[in-house]
Ligand binder design. Structure first.
Ligand SMILES: [Zn+2]
Length: 462
């Protein structure tokens, strides 16, 4: 049995039910799970490996609940830089249609390396375009080499332009083939046991790129196997207008008609939802992946996150695809969540002093979205906090650095309020993915070279 002892952390942030923050903290790990957490003086003194983390802050590994890894190949594309969602998509669909299986593999490793370096230990990915023989398997295999836990979502598009959808007909699939492949993937890869590294999610792309039939059939299939459901929802005003015109419903109401509401569903974005719709989420258990950078990049709007939390909605954080962020930095995303929420509060009148001013999101709330919140959204009780029995997924950051100078009276807040940094250690199931600030499982230099070559080919039309 392999044991690891982590000791003398300056501060260990548990994110447990009591939100304990333990000075001179430590962890005792056995076979990838936490056996003991507490002050260094109260945990075992020996282990197969002992690591002193003086000057470091330790947090639970961060959880990303919405991404499109493949979009790391199309960051900062000039024609898509200054566009809203629908125009951005129409510019990028033809470029994405040139992807091959090796592009999926390379971009998966790039996105996951970037995520790991920024503190992520569990990532969802939403792959909804499968050109030139690409499969979700390409992503799953590539992710295993990196070592971050993956919730791979079998996305889909079936409503092409000729049927009134947004994507060109060339990138949509037959619905029967989508459902057959979804079933194959669940049977082959889905693992729901504690400590699972691979889970499958069914994820028709959005109301404007799939039919209601595919949504209904995907939900039925997911529920037959007990896997979760995910889609983009209420992201933009354009989407709301589309749903009203085509289906006669606002997006959330449309989901209700499709049986796409419940504990096993989470939606990316939910920017344009009203109080009654927030109550529907809260009452039925729908989760939300909040993607503040993307919502700003595409000028989509401000999701009412504090109102969702106040109503009891499960909310996690997502960096979203790298063509609309254009980064996979989890700590940066937590910072954006706080800043955007405060801008929203200002618009609602927080600059008025007095008791009527809306509350402000705190740094700890932002980190909570990225840890406990993400675990709840993905339906996992084995990650998201540092407690006995949970996965040994944690990050450590050296506080003795220029970025944090002058903030050490509250290092937890410094992680969010100071400029986002990369981790010194990112550990998943007791395995060091990042150690002393360097990726351990991937040769980053070679990867970046291969990635840039693949991106050039896609953009140049090769
Ligand atoms: Zn997205």
């Amino acid at each position: 049995m392999a044991t690891i002892l982590i000791r003398h952390a300056e501060l260990l942030v548990t994110m447990d039910d009591h939100r304990r923050e333990i000075p001179d903290g430590g962890l005792f790990i056995r076979d990838g799970f936490i056996e003991k957490v507490g002050p260094t003086t109260e945990i075992p003194e020996n282990a197969d490996e002992v690591i002193d983390l003086r000057n470091h802050i330790i947090l639970p590994g961060l959880i990303n609940t919405h991404h499109h890894f493949y979009q790391t190949l199309t960051r900062a594309v000039p024609a898509a830089q200054n566009a809203n969602l629908f125009n951005w998509l129409k510019t990028l669909y033809p470029i994405w249609a040139r992807m091959k299986p090796e592009d999926i593999q390379i971009s998966t490793q790039t996105a996951l390396s970037e995520l790991a370096m920024s503190g992520c230990t569990t990532a969802q990915d939403h792959l909804y375009i499968f050109p030139n023989g690409s499969r979700l398997d390409d992503e799953i295999m590539a992710a295993r080499e990196v070592g971050v836990r993956l919730h791979a979502s079998r996305g889909s598009m079936s409503l092409g332009e000729s049927k009134g959808g947004l994507p060109p007909d060339s990138v949509v699939e037959e619905e029967e083939a989508i459902l057959k492949d979804s079933q194959r993937l669940i049977e082959e890869y889905h693992d729901s046991t504690p400590g699972s590294f691979t889970q499958i999610v069914l994820a028709p792309c959005s109301p404007f790129s799939v039919t209601g039939d595919l949504m209904r059939n995907s939900a039925a299939l997911a529920r037959e196997y007990g896997v979760r459901l995910h889609t983009h929802l209420a992201e933009t005003q354009d989407e709301e207008s589309f749903c009203l015109a085509k289906f006669g419903h606002r997006p959330v109401e449309y989901m209700e008609t499709l049986d796409w509401i419940g504990q096993d569903v989470w939606f990316a974005h939910s920017v344009h939802i009203n109080q009654a719709e927030i109550e529907v989420y809260a009452k039925t258990g729908c989760g939300v992946a909040h993607c503040p950078s993307s919502n700003m990049r595409l000028a989509s709007g401000i999701a009412p996150i504090l109102r969702m939390l106040a109503a009891g909605v499960r909310v996690g954080l997502g960096v979203d695809g790298s063509a609309s962020n254009d980064s996979s930095h989890m700590l940066a995303e937590a910072r954006q969540a706080l800043l955007l929420s405060r801008l929203g509060a200002a618009i609602e009148g927080a600059s008025l002093s007095g008791t009527t001013a809306p509350p402000l999101m705190t740094a700890r709330q932002a980190l909570e979205l990225a840890t406990r919140g993400g675990a709840k959204v993905l339906g996992r009780n084995d990650i998201g906090s540092l407690e006995a029995g949970k996965c040994a997924d944690f990050i450590a950051i050296n506080l003795n650095r220029l970025d944090f100078a002058g903030s050490l009276h509250d290092p937890v807040a410094a992680l969010v309020l100071c400029a986002p940094v990369q981790t010194d250690f990112t550990v998943v199931g007791g395995k060091f993915i990042v150690r002393d600030g360097r990726m351990q499982t991937i040769d980053v230099q070679n990867l970046v070279e291969a990635h840039n070559k693949a991106a050039r080919r896609l953009i140049n039309g090769g």
